[in-house]
Design a protein around this ligand. Structure first.
Ligand SMILES: Nc1ncnc2c1ncn2[C@@H]1O[C@H](COP(=O)(O)OP(=O)(O)O)[C@@H](O)[C@H]1O
Ligand SMILES: [Mg+2]
Length: 303
């Protein structure tokens, strides 16, 4: 990677065409007669690109992104995961790859691979304790290099673990990458949900389909089997319904999730049969289903 040089973002055109759908230039480029070659779709060999987003931090975005990626890989899909949280990368820790460095092949970086998932994170390139103090354009440029200068090869799913909120990095990704759709992660409290509205409206403004909403930290299961809804009951599900987006599932609060995140073996691998892991796998299946629905709808709209 050519040292993450500074370069401004300049795309105002969302090439939002997932699943390898036939790429056509967007209308304003047609009008201006720009060549198709100028606007080659990035990540040609990637069928579906999914962004995992949230209104605020600490809601379990990275946790869900990691477990989703592994769940999809377990179904036989080819999966890549980009840690787009440049200011707080979690992927190296969550995959137990704190000291790993990617190899270089020609001009490109070779993604690391673990648990069947190809990975790229700023944490593999610079010391994870070094504060990243880049301004927006430089951060956007780093993300673009994760896309164009990493040898992803063929993938069924490429997942972006986004930073919290609706800043430069999220906008760069939403506007320059042909996202199939975004998955929003929230906790049930109202505060988190107020922020979620902002994330939803950002994706809607840039015409990225919202695949659905995952509610994390939904409840804590007590030893007698009863559920304690610590952060309120069904906030995410009710919110999803009122916003007209699919509800993808509820994931409980579970020490195994936190431990799996910290020790580098995600809980769906360390405790595959737990209720928590089953809830995560069910949400992953639902994400895949929503991807198919979205692709079918877009193909119909294009034809
Ligand atoms: N359902 C859960 N149960 C227990 N701990 C969780 C759960 N979801 C996330 N965590 C923990 O909460 C912390 C924040 O999660 P993380 O995925 O890093 O959030 P985000 O990426 O949204 O900032 C991590 O330590 C993670 O292990
Ligand atoms: Mg994170």
């Amino acid at each position: 990677m050519s040292t993450l040089h500074d370069e401004s973002t300049n795309s105002s055109c969302n090439h939002n065409q997932g699943n390898g759908a036939a790429h056509s230039p967007c209308s304003h480029h047609k009008e201006h007669g720009e060549s198709r070659a100028h606007h080659e779709r990035p990540l040609q060999q990637v069928k579906n690109i999914i962004a995992i987003a949230s209104g605020k931090g600490g809601v379990g975005k990275s946790t869900f992104a990691v477990n989703l990626a592994i769940s999809l890989a377990q179904t036989g899909a080819k999966v890549g995961l980009i840690d787009a949280d440049l200011y707080g990368p979690s992927i190296p820790t969550m995959f137990g790859l704190l000291d790993a460095k990617p190899e270089v092949a020609g001009k490109n970086l070779v993604p690391l691979e673990k648990f069947g998932v190809k990975l790229m994170s700023i944490g593999f390139l610079i010391d994870i304790d070094t504060a990243v103090i880049w301004r927006g354009p430089m951060a956007s440029s780093a993300i673009k290099q994760f896309i164009s200068e990493v040898d992803w090869q063929e993938l069924d799913y490429l997942i972006f673990d986004l930073p919290p909120g609706t800043g430069d990095i999220q906008l760069t990704i939403a506007q320059t990458i042909p996202l199939t759709g975004a998955v929003i992660v929230t906790t049930p409290q109202d505060v988190a949900i107020a922020d979620v509205s902002k994330a939803l409206s950002m994706f809607r403004k840039v015409n990225v389909p919202v695949l659905g909403l995952v509610e994390n930290m939904s409840y804590y299961e007590l030893p007698d089997g009863t559920k304690d809804y610590i952060f309120g009951n069904q906030g995410g599900e009710i919110f999803a319904r009122t916003q007209g987006v699919a509800f993808l599932g509820s994931i409980p609060i579970d020490r195994a999730i936190r431990e799996g995140g910290d020790n580098g073996t995600p809980c769906i691998l360390s405790k595959p049969d737990s209720a928590t892991s089953k809830a995560i796998k069910q949400a992953a299946t639902e994400v895949a289903r929503q991807v198919s629905i979205t692709n079918t709808r877009q193909a119909a709209e294009l034809s």
